[in-house]
Structure formats: structure tokens, C-alpha cells
Write a protein that binds this ligand. Structure first.
Ligand code: GLC
Length: 402
């Protein structure tokens, strides 16, 4: 596992792509269920889905510009429509509106940019006749599990090397019902280096906290998150995160030893919502200047601060300042001697002095020199640690007599 997952740990930052028939509606990928749309009515969207050729190229180029190292695209979401060509159903991209295999196009695009590529696959299926009755009807379960395993087999056979298989929602069965152990064994036989997530009901290689940064203990983890509130394209959703929020989230994941998988929801023609392009472009420009401080770091103990976040690489501590304090900046509780300080983006040295309780950086510009975060690199005499309790308890309580 360690060998298989080495690239994934170094990668840190990935792009999630939710794309399917729901993109033609533009009302979130749960529209079919949440609006109670009949199957026969929803199916018509398969003919309305007419993406421009090779739309995925622009996604891959944006991912690369944003500093992302891998991508994961929906091959089949809960709606049951397959973005790939398959023998198992005609409800697929090759035989309907798109007229071609969109998974193949996506994989070619990712590989052309040198990115690792994974496939998302929903176990839950709102379209298949046995997708719900498999819960109580054994013959239906048999048919449906065979159907799902056959699709997973096709995905693992027809596209060369895959890097990640990202299962989703395993309603209404358990891992036993899905025969997940056998399914994942088959996957590993076909794709020996693949990395599997935990949503087939078996823990496998990594945990998948969703929309919140929650580190797992002694387990690999990847936070998946939307850039607004929706995974699939939702035309009315303008609740965009700022580039600073995205970077703070990435930095927090990295600090705590996890990955960050950030979503785009392309429109039906495959174009990326302009706000997503804007946000990821700004994130990428910051990563161009400061990327080494985030993308190749070790888990980091110092963390206590309400105006900056830390990452660490070896004995270098990076302080990512999001609320700029002005001409001087102080950090309490560092237990390690700081030998020198500089701006990470430019290498410009910064004056620093330190006593037992406080590190001070002085002579700083009044306004933050970088945007959306300014990062300092602090060379330490040892692997840095922080202890704010010590400051609270031991700082001499000797004032001027007030
Ligand atoms: C949820 C949602 C889904 C989304 C996924 C991403 O399980 O059902 O729409 O694809 O999370 O993690």
C-alpha cells in the first residue's frame, strides 16, 4: 500500500469532476430524486446531453494550472447514466446524445497533461429496475450486483492503467450485499496499482470526509469538497468559496497529512463555470509562487493561531498568513530556535528575534505583499514544535503594577 500510494501522498491536491445528465438540467446532481422526476422523463436528457468534443482538455489544463496533480471524474452518478461505452446498458454516452465514450476522452485529457486519473462510480442507481428492489428481492439483488460488477470490470479493463477508483453511496446494500470484497479483489487483479476509497463499505485504502476537514487516525484520507454548494452544475448556485478559503482548506489538509479533492461541475456542453476558472486560476498563481511550501510537506504539529496556518517540511516551518497584522508579526509558543526567516515567494529575508515565548518578525510592509496569503519560511534548528500552554502557564506575570 505504501508503494502504491506514494504518488497520491505527494500529489495532495486533485480535481473532482461531476458531469452527467444532471448537467443538462443545471439544478444539482440530486435533481432526479429531489424533484421526483419520473425515469422516463429524466431519460430524455440523454439526448439533450451534447458536449463539445474533448471538453475534458480544458479541465485538465485548468487542473494543471491550479497546481493539482490528479483528477477524478464521475463515470456513473446516482442517476444511473454511464458516461462510458458499456455492453451492460444502452443508457450510456456512446449510444445517446454525446455519441462517444466520455470517460475515454477524459482519461486521454488527464494523461496528456501528465495528471493521474481516477474514476468515480456510484453504486446506488436510481435508473436500474433492480436498483431499489435488490434490497428485499434476492433475484433482483443477483441481477443488479452482476450488472454493477460487470460495469466495474469494464472500467478496469478498457482504459489502460487507472490510478484511483472512487466508489460512492452504497445504498441500499451492505458490503456483503454488494459482494464488495470480491468486486475489489477483481479490481486489484485487473489494476494492481489502483487506489480504492472506502465507500464500497470496506475501508480499503483511504477515507473520504466530505465537505469538512476531518483527519482520520492511522488511515489515509482525502477531503472532497465543492467550490460552491453543488457537485453537479447548479446554475443558480453563486455561493463560491474565495481563493483564500480554498487555499486555507488545502493548507489545512496538508498540515494534517491528508489530500484535498476540489470539485468542478461543468455545464452540459462541458465548459467550466467561469467562477471556478477564476478561483482555480488565482489558486494556481499562488501555488506557482509558493507551491513548495504546501505540496511537498510533512505532517505539522504547530497549529495554534487564528491569523495564520502552518505547514512544515523537515526543519522548515511555513507560516501562511491570511489576516495580515501590519509591519510586525508575532508567533507565540514556538519551542524551537528559529535561525532565519524569509518570504517564501521571493526569498527576501525578514528580520526576526525570539525569546522564550515569542518570535517576532519586524520591518514588514504595512500591506500583505502576496495574495490571497503571504507565506514565511522559518528555518528552525530542529523539527519545529509549538506549546501555547507553556506560554500561558510560565510567562512571567509581572506587569507594570496595574
Ligand atoms: C455524496 C452525494 C453526491 C456526491 C458525493 C461526493 O455522497 O450523494 O452527489 O457525488 O457525495 O462525495
Amino acid at each position: 500500500r505504501e508503494r502504491r500510494m506514494q504518488w497520491w501522498h505527494q500529489a495532495r491536491f486533485g480535481m473532482f469532476i461531476h458531469w452527467g445528465l444532471y448537467s443538462t438540467l443545471g439544478r444539482h446532481e440530486w435533481a432526479m430524486e429531489e424533484e421526483g422526476i419520473p425515469v422516463a422523463e429524466y431519460e430524455k436528457q440523454a439526448w439533450a446531453f451534447k458536449p463539445q468534443p474533448n471538453a475534458a482538455r480544458a479541465w485538465a489544463q485548468l487542473a494543471k494550472r491550479a497546481g493539482m496533480k490528479y483528477m477524478v471524474m464521475t463515470t456513473k452518478h446516482h442517476e444511473g447514466f454511464c458516461n462510458f461505452d458499456t455492453q451492460t446498458t444502452n443508457y450510456n454516452a456512446a449510444k445517446t446524445g454525446p455519441g462517444r465514450d466520455l470517460v475515454r476522452e477524459y482519461l486521454a485529457a488527464a494523461r496528456a497533461e501528465g495528471l493521474r486519473a481516477g474514476l468515480y462510480f456510484s453504486l446506488m442507481d436510481w435508473h436500474h429496475p433492480d436498483g431499489a428492489r435488490c434490497m428485499t428481492d434476492e433475484a433482483a439483488r443477483r441481477r443488479f450486483v452482476d450488472y454493477v460488477h460487470a460495469q466495474v470490470r469494464e472500467l478496469c479493463t478498457n482504459y489502460g492503467q487507472l490510478d484511483v477508483l472512487w466508489y460512492d453511496v452504497n445504498w441500499p446494500l451492505t458490503a456483503e450485499g454488494w459482494e464488495s470484497a470480491a468486486m475489489n479483489k477483481m479490481v486489484r487483479q485487473l489494476q494492481p496499482d489502483i487506489i480504492l476509497n472506502n465507500r464500497s463499505g470496506i475501508p480499503e485504502d483511504f477515507d473520504t470526509p466530505e465537505q469538512e476537514i476531518r483527519a482520520s487516525r492511522n488511515r489515509n484520507w482525502e477531503v472532497c469538497m465543492t467550490m460552491n454548494d453543488s457537485w453537479g452544475y447548479q446554475s443558480a448556485d453563486n455561493n463560491w468559496k474565495t481563493p483564500q478559503t480554498v487555499l486555507r482548506n488545502l493548507i489545512t489538509c496538508v498540515r494534517d497529512g491528508g489530500n484535498y479533492l476540489l470539485n468542478i461541475g461543468p455545464t452540459a456542453d462541458g465548459s467550466i463555470p467561469p467562477d471556478s476558472v477564476r478561483i482555480l486560476t488565482e489558486v494556481g498563481q499562488w501555488i506557482d509562487r509558493n507551491g513548495a511550501t504546501v505540496l511537498s510537506s510533512d505532517a505539522c504539529q504547530p497549529r495554534s493561531s487564528e491569523f495564520l496556518t502552518f505547514t512544515r517540511r523537515g526543519k522548515t516551518l511555513y507560516a501562511h498568513v491570511y489576516y495580515w497584522p501590519g509591519v510586525s508579526l508575532s508567533i507565540g509558543g514556538l519551542q524551537t530556535k528559529v535561525l532565519s526567516a524569509k518570504f517564501a515567494a521571493t526569498g527576501t529575508p525578514v528580520r526576526c528575534d525570539q525569546d522564550e515565548f515569542r518570535l517576532r518578525l519586524t520591518g514588514l510592509p504595512a500591506a500583505p505583499p502576496d495574495h490571497p496569503l503571504t507565506t514565511f519560511a522559518l528555518e528552525c534548528a530542529d523539527v519545529p514544535t509549538q506549546n501555547n500552554d507553556k506560554t500561558r502557564i510560565e510567562r512571567p506575570r509581572r506587569g507594570v503594577g496595574i
